[in-house]
Design a protein. Structure first.
Ligand SMILES: NC(=O)c1ccc[n+]([C@@H]2O[C@H](COP(=O)([O-])OP(=O)(O)OC[C@H]3O[C@@H](n4cnc5c(N)ncnc54)[C@H](OP(=O)(O)O)[C@@H]3O)[C@@H](O)[C@H]2O)c1
Length: 264
């Protein structure tokens, strides 16, 4: 299996690279901006992974990556669109600039890379794409509007792509993590309190879900699974969800959500 993982320099992407590397015959392509981190991971994993240090928001990144993959392997079995970040703030404070910046990375960068690799994925069919969305793409909270908008959009695009690519033999699925402790999303406050510690999960569990959705052919997976209930409640009882997220316990969650990476 030839597998390309974006955001492989930390967190969920790194865990996914480790997970896929365990499969017999797996050959990895590791993508992120920090070349040193990718090189260290490649050396540790062995098997001579292709390391591509790219800023995925660069307009030429998709084509450069596609050319490199075609040259080295001539095929691609799995694309994991995982790189992403969030910059918190109320819309009244951070405005359209923050929205644009977030969508640029969490939506357009994924789309650009997918567009460039789609011909190779079709030629390599049966193949798969896994988009790493978020439960924040089903339920939005205060101060994470840009992040949620990007993930809501990613989910809609993913569903459409699934229907479009099925006849071409390219399975498209997604993973929706909840709170996962990573470098970019440390969930520090939640992990510090005994009352909330249990809701924070690990990147390795998301990596396993990515494997189930990609090579395993599943449509989507929440991590941890019970987060699916929040998504269902948002559809079935929107007033209730808004009331719950509008204060009380939610005030705690909004200070420690999965949308705090980027530090600014
Ligand atoms: N952790 C959570 O609670 C959580 C919850 C729901 C969804 N997610 C999603 O999971 C995905 C991975 O996040 P994570 O938690 O693993 O965070 P992370 O540890 O901060 O990892 C983010 C990865 O994205 C890469 N990246 C960021 N900007 C990039 C750019 N412009 N070009 C190329 N690569 C870029 C980073 O590498 P470089 O800095 O080296 O470029 C890094 O490898 C994201 O899509 C995130 O939205 C996370």
């Amino acid at each position: 299996m030839i597998a390309l993982i974006t955001g492989a320099s930390s967190g969920i992407g790194e865990a996914t690279a480790r997970r896929i590397a365990r499969e017999p015959g797996a050959q990895l392509i590791l993508v992120a901006r920090r070349a040193d981190r990718l090189a260290a991971l490649a050396a540790e994993l062995g098997g001579d992974p292709l390391v591509l240090a790219e800023d995925l928001t660069d307009p030429g990144a998709g084509e450069r990556i596609a050319a490199a993959v075609r040259e080295r392997h001539g095929r691609l079995d799995l694309l994991v669109n995982n790189a992403g970040a969030g910059w918190r703030g109320a819309f009244g404070d951070v405005g359209t600039a923050n929205l644009r910046r977030t969508l640029e990375l969490n939506l357009f960068a994924q789309a650009q890379l997918t567009e460039a690799l789609l011909p190779l994925l079709r030629e390599s069919a049966p193949s798969a794409i896994v988009n790493v969305a978020s439960t924040a793409g089903r339920v939005a909270r205060a101060r994470t509007g840009s992040y949620s908008a990007s993930k809501f959009a990613l989910i809609g695009w993913t569903d459409a792509l699934h229907a479009e690519e099925k006849p071409h033999g390219v399975h498209v699925g997604m993973v929706l993590p909840g709170f996962i402790a990573t470098e970019g999303f440390p969930a520090t406050e939640l992990r510090e309190k005994a009352l909330t510690r249990w809701i924070v999960s690990k990147p390795e569990r998301v990596a396993e879900a990515i494997y189930e959705v990609g090579p395993g052919g599943r449509a989507e997976r929440y991590v941890p699974r019970p987060y699916a209930l929040a998504a269902a409640a948002r559809i079935l009882a929107p007033s209730l969800v808004r009331r719950v997220l509008g204060g009380g316990a939610a005030a705690n969650l909004t200070t420690s959500t999965g949308a705090e990476s980027g530090a600014d």
